[in-house]
Design a protein around this ligand. Sequence first.
Ligand code: NAP
Length: 311
Amino acid sequence: MKKKRTTERYTLADLDNWREATRSPRRLDPPIRLGVFGDPVAHSLSPQMQNAALRACKIDMQYARFHIRANELRSALSVLTELDFIGVNLTVPHKIAAANQIDDVDESARSLGAVNTIKIDNGKLRGFNTDGPGFSRAIREEFSVDLRDLRVMVLGAGGAGRAVAMQCAKESCERLVIVNRTFEKAKQLATELQDFFTGPKVFGPVPRLQVIGWEEAAIRFQIGNVDLIVNATPLGLNRADAAPIPARLLAPHVMVYDTIYGESRTPFVSAAIEAGARGANGLSMLLHQGALAFRIWFEREAPIDAMRRAL
Ligand code: NAP
């Protein structure tokens, strides 16, 4: 009989009544043992990427999408063990909330205060965060450089901005400039990171760790003193959005990485190209954070080529 694969979006009500939800009109084969929780979640590319990985490794399971609202997270997490799940990914708005709702959080997630991957291990829910390491691998893949050799400017100090900034700090980047619309949030993040920047890697007249407001003059000054600019704001999610930094402020020497992903160029990547600079969108970060999650779940390397093809 032909196998039934899932294309559906499940809910908390389905998890509460899992046998029924996955039986009608006929039993799902292979069974769902992994998924992503989010609200919204319909746009998530994780199912196509992770299902390709599972097929490539001949692991007889499926990865599904779960529309779980903020106030439903605790209930949704509580049933995963009895349903024999291997783990889940978390996306907006669950990453921060989950950190206090699971049994154990590893160092990567604790330092960020956010969890994007949960593994069920001997009945316990363990949390990890693969966004930062995924970002680091994406930069190496896109631009053939390591963060430790770069002067980085990050736009945004929310979940993604924190993951990017923390990773740059942990890898001892040359310099880090945090830019955020709400200045206080950027300052708070810099305070958390300052111990990483006390080393002797100082050159030039600019500080190694700096916070600036979202102002044209300040950004223009910094462009000459950074190599990589990362957009970690939602600016560009809508095609009609302007680039977070316009082409006229960019320069050919910078590399632009937009954590926003899509099939075509994001407004920021277009601005980079217009300025004669190199640009890449966030698909590579999505790929690598997913590959690292797969490694956590199955304790084996992810089939990265199959995952990349699926995206
Ligand atoms: P978040 O926690 O809500 O943070 C959003 C950040 O963007 C905040 O710093 C916010 O500034 C800033 N911001 C929002 N609207 C802005 C505007 N109109 N102008 C300037 N700044 C604005 O969201 P997040 O979880 O960090 O996600 C941000 C983006 O990262 C998402 O859109 C997603 O596409 C991307 N992302 C990609 C990956 C990947 O694998 N490629 C992974 C994670 C996230 P304030 O502090 O002033 O509010």
